[in-house]
Design a protein around this ligand. Structure first.
Ligand code: GGG
Length: 358
């Protein structure tokens, strides 16, 4: 077997532990169909259970353990009953993104065949864009602190960080993606009328880079009206580039407009390929439905398709996506309740795996 990939599988918490096995099932089906070798190593860290046993989300030496993997395949992180959300997130997922410099968080938003958008009159093909989220700085700086705690003068400060390197590299990634797409259109999410330092700087860098990409049509919206346009005119968008927090919000809103967050995938990419990139669904651990076997595994499966593409297996990646489309558009009996079906996580995963053709 000439193409062999070493992949770290990290189910995490809640429905992550239910959807990851279905992602792996489809990954194995694609590997069989396309003659790809897989070395999958599963890890129990980056989970609340691990934190309960060890008092930390990640073991000493996690960086060395993972850094030579070809990719990381992650489910969901967070279980607020056990670990405060900011502790679990900063202790695991955000460490991966930062230490492996996965600065481009790429999140496709597409209305798939067989999926109903809550927006009137939209069908497959009408919503098809990418949110490109800056993934290592911005509002997620962790710089700040508290003073006078527990008194009337209690004071809390949190900084937003934008560096020229950080802003320019995510903008360049987004401009390059837009240039490769038919519409070649890029929308920048800003709030430079209210946020007086970082966002005007973001706008300046967008304008400077736009001069290098005369073939890309550029516009920008303040985040408040941009969220309204996502709901009112999602067909306007092609590539939307945003800071860490704005991108996080837009990449939940977009898939909700396209039917369900359950199908939305994401790729946390180190474009320079110094470290493994990480692939995970956009959704979190969903404690409200965890353990019921009804979580939609398509976001995880589509993330597996993005991982195959990143690994240099575009045909296998396309076959997985075709299988997803075929199953979503077919008999509804295998589909999960969020898609209007009566099936389970496992029935939907099995149907997609069976539909993968080499
Ligand atoms: N699979 C994604 C996941 O577990 N997300 C948890 C979460 O809260 N993420 C916030 C973020 O991506 O910034």
């Amino acid at each position: 077997m000439s193409r062999r990939y070493r992949i770290a599988v990290i189910p995490g918490d809640g429905i992550g532990k239910e959807v990851v096995p279905e992602g792996v099932r489809v990954l194995r089906a694609a590997a069989d169909a396309f003659g790809i070798g897989l070395d999958l190593a599963e890890y129990d860290f980056a989970s609340a259970e691990y934190w309960q046993r060890h008092g930390t989300m990640l073991p000493d030496g996690w960086f060395e353990e993972l850094k030579d993997r070809d990719a990381l395949f992650l489910g969901a992180v967070g279980w607020p009953d056990t670990v405060p959300d900011h502790v679990s997130l900063w202790g695991s997922l955000l460490q991966f993104r930062r230490r492996f410099d996965q600065y481009a968080n790429v999140r496709p938003v597409r209305l798939m065949p067989g999926v109903t958008s809550p927006l009137a009159g939209r069908g497959p093909g009408d919503i098809d864009f990418y949110v490109v989220r800056e993934n290592t700085e911005g509002e997620y700086s962790a710089i700040g602190g508290r003073m006078f705690e527990g008194t009337e003068r209690e004071t809390v400060v949190q900084e937003t960080v934008m560096t020229r390197t950080g802003v320019d590299r995510i903008l360049r990634y987004a401009f390059e993606l837009a240039r490769r797409r038919e519409r070649a259109s890029l929308t920048s999410a800003t709030k430079s009328n209210g946020i007086s330092q970082t966002m005007p700087y973001w706008d300046e860098r967008v304008a400077a880079m736009a001069a290098e990409y005369p073939d890309v049509a550029v516009d920008q919206y303040h985040i408040d009206i941009l969220t309204a346009h996502f709901v009112l005119h999602p067909e306007r968008f092609d590539v939307v580039v945003a800071s860490n927090l704005f991108g996080d919000i837009l990449s939940d809103l977009g898939p909700a407009c396209a039917g369900t967050i359950g199908i939305a995938p994401s790729a946390n990419i180190d474009p320079e390929r110094r470290y493994p990139s990480l692939f995970e669904p956009v959704h979190g651990s969903a404690p409200d439905i965890a353990g019921k076997g009804i979580a939609n595994p398509v976001g995880q499966i589509w993330s597996a398709s993005m991982m195959l593409d990143h690994l240099g297996e575009p045909e296998a990646a396309a076959a997985v996506l075709r299988a997803v489309e075929e199953v979503l558009a077919g008999d509804r009996s295998a589909l999960t309740p969020d898609l209007g079906g009566e099936g389970t996580t496992a029935s939907l995963g099995a149907a997609v795996a069976a539909a993968v053709k080499g």
